[in-house]
Design a protein around this ligand. Structure first.
Ligand SMILES: [Zn+2]
Ligand SMILES: [Zn+2]
Length: 361
């Protein structure tokens, strides 16, 4: 089958293969999923650039939806024919942490598997999914059923961008009625921070992005103000403080920049939340003025929206089906697997929100 293989740490080291095969027999609690749609997320670019220190060769892609085509003998969470959103949480499902309702904190996360091969060469999967391929194998708790009449292109986005952005608001920051927010970065994740903050009753949502095209999108998703990060004179902290009357209740850094995280600390008002949503190189260190955080502010590390995928994915899909969550508006382009480089180019300029790859065309 067709899929993309990463063999190094540059965009040039991704190639399209026609000869990937799934290997081994399905474990009792695993499912085989035909990948119908896979979003290209900033984390895919970071993965390809080696910022997550993943072993290669590897199949990238982690924001996906598809159809269950085979289920292991003990699978009860879904069945063949189900439409599913895939979760990156390869949590074990039965340790004390999982049982306490915190699957994102399970020690099994980040475990590496090699569900496919090209010839004799075994291939790793990125983020427990490896979605830029026509079929993949995941644990049943990573395949969350959604309504069959939901478009799989929209559903794919729930797996990462929506859960990461909306989850940061609903699960972690817990934005409330009348709260003020600043959102640094209005891409696929940032737009979901914005729409979730709007749904939560925030009275002011200041979006900041370096791409002028993001203004219309940010406003469509619920931003009340847009700041174009343009030119050497632009001072995001000063602008946010001026617009909000001294700082915001919740400052979200969604780009994955340590310098911008330091800015977010200064944008939050005393007692406010600073939400580290974006993921820089995992070895990066953050420097900030001590005084900026000292005013009873909360600095939050947020992994994948603090989500509980088996519950949250269903809620998010239901919100979309009821017209309460925008997803289609986020999709700028769809393309075949050969469209990855164009999607990366678009991510780098910040011009578009999301490209969704369709592994079966
Ligand atoms: Zn992602
Ligand atoms: Zn566990």
């Amino acid at each position: 089958m067709q899929g993309l293989i990463l063999e190094g740490t540059t965009e040039d080291s991704v190639r399209l293969s026609d000869d990937i095969e799934l290997v081994g027999t399905l474990q009792p609690r695993q499912v085989r999923v035909e990948v119908r749609a896979a979003g290209v997320c900033g984390s895919d670019l970071s993965c390809v650039h080696g910022k997550y220190y993943m072993p290669t060769p590897l199949v990238p892609g982690h924001e996906a939806a598809g159809v269950v085509v085979e289920a292991g003998s003990a699978v009860t969470y879904c069945e063949v024919g189900d439409h599913v959103v895939l979760s990156t949480f390869g949590n074990c499902g039965h340790c004390a942490v999982c049982e306490s309702g915190n699957p994102g904190n399970c020690g099994a996360l980040g475990g590496l598997t090699q569900p496919y091969a090209e010839g004799d060469q075994a291939l790793y999967n990125f983020a427990n999914i490896g979605a830029f391929v026509q079929e993949t194998i995941v644990s049943e708790n990573q395949a969350i059923p959604i309504p069959k009449d939901m478009p799989l292109t929209a559903a794919a986005l729930i797996g990462c961008g929506v859960m990461t952005g909306a989850g940061a608001v609903f699960n972690r920051a817990k934005v409330g009625f009348g709260d003020t927010c600043a959102v640094i970065g209005a891409g696929g994740v940032g737009l979901n921070v914005i729409q979730a903050a709007a749904i939560s009753g925030a009275s002011q949502i200041i979006a900041i992005d370096r791409a002028p095209a993001k203004e219309a999108l940010a406003m469509e998703f619920g931003a009340t103000d847009f700041l174009l990060a343009d030119g050497d004179d632009f001072d995001a902290v000063k602008e946010v403080q001026a617009l909000s009357g001294g700082g915001v209740n919740h400052a979200f850094e969604v780009v994955g920049s340590t310098a911008l995280l330091a800015d977010a600390i200064s944008m939050a008002k005393a007692g406010g939340n600073v939400c580290a949503v974006g993921v820089p190189d995992l070895t990066a260190e953050v420097t900030y003025p001590f005084q900026a955080l000292h005013q009873n502010k909360n600095l939050m590390g947020i992994r994948a929206g603090g989500g509980k995928p088996r519950k949250d994915f269903r809620v998010l899909a239901d919100m979309y089906m009821k017209g309460k969550l925008k997803l289609d508006e986020m999709i700028s382009h769809t393309a075949g697997l050969d469209g990855l480089q164009a999607a990366f180019d678009s991510l780098k300029t910040g011009a578009d929100a999301r490209t969704v790859l369709l592994p079966h065309g």
